[in-house]
Write a new protein. Structure first.
Length: 291
């Protein structure tokens, strides 16, 4: 299958807008679960207001949040797919620019030194584009994630000493959630990256934070630690919007990699309650949108 780059550009544009306007079903189900378990009266009202705001935004075709974030595109190229990699990245960038200018969207992307905003949601190395491969035949999958600054500003990295063991991981994650407090617009998805190198741990934390609710770490030990930390985080009392309560996080997600014998990197990255993402599959039958 040879990829139509115009279809990629159009899809990249549509995904950015879709991600900003439609909350994935698993996040809505996550809200329902938290509402049923919440025991604090104020927190119950805050959660109900959040759910109502989401419904109103979708019913009126408005954005879920005013922060259009830093655009991230994750791509998976399947078997038998023919595409020019550099042209593929350029098509994604054009689609991102078109979404911002033609919709139009507020651009949240600026130069890190001059703070100049090109009003395209693009800049040096932005949109962030990750390309990987999978076993899906004749398929190109594109996932779009607009990462807002409220959650992204609360990112953490620790190069732990291996002798500290799992206890150090638990303590660090809990300390990060407490330090973030209400600044991440909880309830959040707490992404934890373990192992690898410092940069890989941070990348794994982002991958974990943007994983669908209901999914689990592929590693059994990681999946067990996810469950333990999910319970612990919701006993901290941070609550929705940091105003107190049980619903601090939808879940804690972990992604891990092998690491060096003399180190144990731990990274934490969070996703706010508006955990936005959108996905499309391009195949010989056309473009199919989902989450």
């Amino acid at each position: 299958m040879k990829i139509d780059l115009q279809a990629v550009e159009d899809t990249a544009k549509a995904l950015y807008i879709r991600a900003l306007k439609v909350l994935p079903p698993d996040i809505k189900e996550g809200f329902s679960r938290l509402e049923k378990r919440e025991t604090d009266g104020t927190a119950q009202r805050v959660l109900a207001t959040m759910v109502q705001n989401i419904a109103v935004a979708e019913e009126t075709d408005n954005l879920l949040c005013q922060d259009t974030g830093v655009p991230i595109y994750n791509l998976w190229i399947g078997r038998g797919v023919e595409v020019d990699g550099q042209a593929l990245k350029q098509a994604i960038r054009r689609g991102c620019e078109r979404a911002t200018r033609e919709y139009p969207l507020r651009s949240s992307v600026v130069h890190p030194l001059t703070r100049k905003n090109e009003h395209t949601s693009c800049g040096v190395e932005v949109p962030v584009i990750h390309i990987d491969f999978n076993d899906e035949p004749q398929n190109l999958r594109i996932e779009m994630i607009p990462k807002g600054s409220g959650s992204e500003n609360n990112s953490f990295l620790k190069m732990a000493v291996p002798a500290e063991g799992v206890a150090a991981i638990k303590t660090f994650v809990i300390d990060c959630v407490l330090a973030a407090g209400g600044k991440t617009c909880p309830p959040t998805i707490v992404g934890v990256g373990l192992g690898g190198t410092s940069d890989l741990a941070v990348a794994l934390a982002k991958r974990a934070a943007t994983r669908p609710l209901g999914s689990a770490c592929a590693d059994p030990a990681g999946a067990e630690l996810e469950q333990q930390l999910s319970i612990a985080v919701n006993q901290l009392g941070v609550g929705p919007q940091g105003l107190g309560g049980d619903a601090t996080a939808f879940a804690v997600h972990i992604e891990l990699a092998a690491t060096h014998i003399t180190m144990n990197p731990i990274a934490v990255n969070m996703q706010c309650h508006s955990a936005r993402r959108a996905r499309a599959d391009i195949s010989p039958t056309g473009v199919a949108f989902g989450f």
